[in-house]
Design a protein around this ligand. Structure first.
Ligand SMILES: [Zn+2]
Length: 285
């Protein structure tokens, strides 16, 4: 059951489907996520992969959600088949709502921003108010309000009582400019009568099966499918560059300790810098 993203088109509509169970479990473990945080982060990682799949190779997409709920800031970055992300407060527990993890309350009200980085070129950032903090609806609203593209995003993460990610995935449907009204009506019907993504994932639906139910009654072509994974591109060198952006007084203060630990927000990896190394960074500023 590898992580897989599938790209297809159906009569002028772009349809991407995703299974991301393993990478969501990996991310949740790395960050020590509660059930709720795992669901929120898993949805965002899936959303980043699906939206990122519309971009060219070497381009990068970043989604940042800042709500007033207890989870704090959530951020994810996708580049091709790789995604990384974090949730500011991964250890949040809330009562279930209708038997489901209450991601909307965990995120709260606030803003979503999406930045698209061209390869070596300029970046574009769009903003929008959150719809309900459930992430999929927030992304759908963002695409409509900020990028003027009618789309539908669905994301689901199923977490067991023991805190294990049992299933994660979703889909992204976007009408291309030359799309026929009748096709959109059929798709809307299919999406409306579709069970929750988590229910389908639990039944063992993968990207191909999701695509099949989404495109019922439509002429559909699979373009490609490829494995996706959680991968952070942090390194000692990048952390040193980040440290060099600190003020001289701050660096001098840190160098008073024998060692300074710097942790990557995106993957929780820890890097240790000695006092000598910090002074060297200071000298090279
Ligand atoms: Zn990292």
């Amino acid at each position: 059951m590898e992580n897989l993203l599938l790209k297809a088109t159906a009569e002028g509509v772009r349809i991407y489907t995703l299974r991301s169970t393993q990478l969501t479990e990996e991310a949740a473990k790395l960050h020590g996520c509660s059930h709720l945080a795992a669901a929120a982060l898993g949805r965002l990682l899936g959303g980043a992969l699906l939206l990122g799949a519309t971009m060219k190779e070497a381009e990068r997409l970043s989604i940042r959600i800042k709500g007033d709920g207890p989870l704090g800031v959530l951020q994810a970055e996708a580049r091709g088949p790789f995604v990384r992300g974090f949730v500011e407060n991964p250890n949040v527990f809330l009562p279930l709502k209708d038997g489901k993890l209450d991601v909307g309350k965990g995120v709260g009200a606030g803003q979503i921003s999406v930045t698209r980085y061209a390869a070596g070129g300029p970046s574009f950032t769009g903003y929008c108010e959150l719809e309900n903090g459930e992430i999929a609806a927030d992304l759908t609203r963002y695409l409509y309000v900020s990028e003027q593209t009618p789309s539908s995003v669905a994301l689901g993460v199923l977490v067991s009582k023991e805190g294990e990610v049992r299933a994660a995935g979703g889909f992204f449907v976007q009408a291309l400019p030359d799309c026929d009204e009748e096709v959109l009506k059929k798709l809307e019907h299919n999406v409306t009568y579709l069970p929750y993504v988590t229910q389908l994932l639990e039944l063992g639906y993968g990207p191909k099966e999701l695509l099949k139910v989404l495109t019922k009654g439509l002429d559909c072509h699979i373009l490609e499918s490829y494995p996706v994974s959680f991968k952070c591109d942090c390194s000692r060198e990048k952390m040193a560059v980040m440290l060099a952006t600190l003020g001289e007084d701050d660096l001098r203060h840190l160098a008073e300790e024998k060692e300074t630990e710097v942790q990557c927000q995106f993957c929780s990896r820890r890097y240790i810098f000695s006092a000598e190394e910090l002074l060297e960074i200071l000298e090279n500023k």
